[in-house]
Ligand binder design. Structure first.
Ligand SMILES: [Zn+2]
Length: 100
């Protein structure tokens, strides 16, 4: 190995920022902090839970809300409140109370 170009490979403490689990591994970094580990990841814990570290669910819900608002506004514009259309019979003979 060439001298003085390799980072120091040492034992480090890994800390999970979600559940606080700590364990040791080896790395060139001094300290490792992880968002999720095998103790708390849904895949290993069997728990039905959404991992949303990047805020993707929030972004999706925001987009959905915007779209739904736009759609309801468009629906209001295209269908102005108008009375139900009369049938030809009603137009010719006028309104009649159905005698059934
Ligand atoms: Zn964890």
């Amino acid at each position: 190995m060439k001298q003085d170009i390799h980072p120091k490979y040492q034992t480090v403490q890994v800390t999970c920022m979600t559940c606080g689990t700590q364990f040791e591994t080896r790395s060139t970094r001094k300290e490792l902090r992880v968002d999720v580990c095998s103790k708390c990841h849904p895949f290993y814990s069997g728990e039905q839970r959404l991992m949303d570290t990047a805020g993707q669910v929030d972004r999706f819900m925001k987009r959905l809300q915007t779209t739904q608002t736009k759609q309801s506004e468009a629906a209001r514009k295209t269908t102005p409140a108008q009375p139900p259309k009369k049938s030809l019979y009603q137009e010719v003979f006028g309104e009649e109370k159905s005698a059934q």
